[in-house]
Every structure is written in structure tokens, then in C-alpha cells.
Design a protein around this ligand. Structure first.
Ligand code: KIV
Length: 271
């Protein structure tokens, strides 16, 4: 089963069709033009301009410090590298939690200034008014439940969420609320596979898992983890497809050696 080839640009409708057809959705993060261009050309369905930029691009220990202006800068760069993929942009911490007017203003800035196609917000019932408001303004919203990194100070740990009945019940309720509020998809982060399966089967919109197991309608990974740029982070849910940090270190060490030995540049590498 696959989505018709005439669908060139991925839209939220494409994702809906993919879920209906049982075709899994691929999503990866990107934060700049060059990687976005490679991922888009490789055929990924969704590129997420994640607030994980706060960690992997800026070196912070959490996603909390990144600003809306900084997210817009990353999203603008990603959009320039895109031809086909759907671009989802995280609204960062502090720019939607207080009320729905502020949430809408943040979403509008992202859409107007970056050219991204949709926004992503973390949380369920607590932010449902904001989701409704943003959707009613014509801006597609992706939800995010389970381990929501913007709430790390409430959780106190990055362990698997919703292993207890109360939290699992709340997550199921939140997923339905997000769907009713008009969300087009929901990220399920680091929750038991059985719960993710139940949620995925109960919704008509797609779920995208990161540590949510194989029954989600799609999967997302942070590019630095997938490509092995950051070798210190090895959670159980991660499949590392490349050891880029080793390749980069080797290449740069060779360059340094060539400069020191005066092998580089040679006669054909000069004017
Ligand atoms: O910011 C991010 O990269 C994310 C993914 C982990 C889903 O939200």
C-alpha cells in the first residue's frame, strides 16, 4: 500500500491518507538549510524544526531557554531547503502556555515569518483552548504527549511516562481532546508501546512515535541522534544509522595533519 505518486508536496491531508492506507509516516528534525535540503531530497515526509535546537544546536541542557525569535530563525533556514516535506515548527516554552491569545500570536509569527506549514505544542487539556484558537485561525496543529521535554522540571526525570494507570488514562483523554480540538497529528514520546498502540487505534489522526513503539502511525528521531553526531545519547528507542561523529573527527584530524605536513594545499589546489 502506498500514497499515490501524484501527491508531490506533503500536506496534512497526505498524512491523513497515509494513516488510512496504513503507510507509515517518516519524520526527522532539522534546524538549518543544508540538512533540511538533504532530508527533503531523501524523501522524508515531515521535517520538524524542534525546540531540541536548544540542546543540539545551542548546547543547553533543556529545551526551555530557546526563544521564539531563535525558533523562527531555524525554521526560515529549514524552509529554504524544502521542496516536498511538510514543515512542522515547535512553539517554544513560554510562548503559548499562559493563554490562547498569546499562543495564537506566537503561531501567527511562526507562519508569517518562517514560512513553516504547521506548529507543534506540548500538552493536552491544559492547552486545549490554545489548540482550538490556533486551528480556528487556519493554522494546523500537531500535538505532543507523554514525555514532553518543556515540562522536565515538573517530571524531574526523562524516564518513560504513563506507566501508571492515572497518567495513562489522562494521556488517552488528552489525545482524544486534541483530536476533537482539530489537531492533525500527535507525537507520542517515550510511553509504553501497548499504550501507544491503544491511542493510535482509537484516533482517526496519525500518531508519530519517539520511543512509542512500532504501532504508532509514524516515527520521529532527532537528526543528531539518528546520524550519530551526538554519541553520548543512547536511549533504548534510538536506532543510530551512522556514526557521523567518528567520520567527522577522522576527516578533521586528517585535514589538520595535511595542513601541518604541508600536503594541503598541493599544486592543483592553488591559483
Ligand atoms: O524538539 C524535538 O526535537 C521534538 C521531538 C523529540 C519530537 O519535539
Amino acid at each position: 500500500m502506498s500514497v499515490p505518486k501524484e501527491i508531490k508536496k506533503v500536506t496534512t491531508n497526505t498524512l491523513q491518507k497515509m494513516k488510512a492506507a496504513g503507510e507509515k509516516i517518516s519524520m526527522i528534525t532539522a534546524y538549518d538549510y543544508s540538512f533540511a535540503r538533504l532530508f527533503d531530497a531523501a524523501g522524508v515526509d515531515i521535517i520538524l524544526v524542534g525546540d531540541s535546537a536548544s540542546n543540539v544546536m545551542a548546547g543547553h541542557t533543556t529545551t526551555l531557554p530557546i526563544t521564539l525569535d531563535q525558533m523562527i530563525y531555524h525554521a526560515q533556514s529549514v524552509v529554504r531547503g524544502r521542496d516536498r516535506s511538510l514543515i512542522v515548527v515547535d512553539i517554544p516554552f513560554g510562548y503559548y502556555q499562559s493563554n490562547s491569545e498569546i499562543a495564537l500570536a506566537s503561531a501567527v509569527r511562526i507562519m508569517k515569518e518562517s514560512g513553516g506549514h504547521t506548529v507543534k505544542l506540548e500538552g493536552g487539556e491544559e492547552i486545549i483552548d490554545s489548540v482550538r484558537k490556533i486551528v480556528s485561525a487556519g493554522i494546523p496543529v500537531m500535538g505532543h504527549l507523554g514525555l514532553t521535554p518543556q515540562s522536565i522540571n515538573k517530571f524531574g526525570t526523562y524516564v518513560v511516562r504513563a506507566t501508571e494507570k492515572n497518567e495513562a488514562e489522562k494521556l488517552k483523554k488528552d489525545a482524544l481532546l486534541l483530536q476533537e480540538a482539530g489537531a492533525f497529528a500527535i507525537v507520542l514520546e517515550k510511553i509504553p508501546a501497548g499504550l501507544a498502540k491503544e491511542v493510535s487505534e482509537s484516533l482517526s489522526i496519525p500518531t508519530i512515535g519517539i520511543g512509542g513503539g512500532k504501532h504508532c502511525d509514524g516515527q520521529v528521531l532527532v537528526m543528531h541522534d539518528l546520524l550519530g553526531i551526538n554519541n553520548e545519547f543512547k536511549p533504548r528507542f534510538l536506532r543510530q544509522y551512522l556514526n557521523l561523529s567518528e567520520l567527522i573527527t577522522g576527516a578533521v584530524q586528517q585535514y589538520i595533519a595535511d595542513v601541518k605536513s604541508q600536503d594541503f594545499p598541493n599544486d592543483s589546489e592553488q591559483y
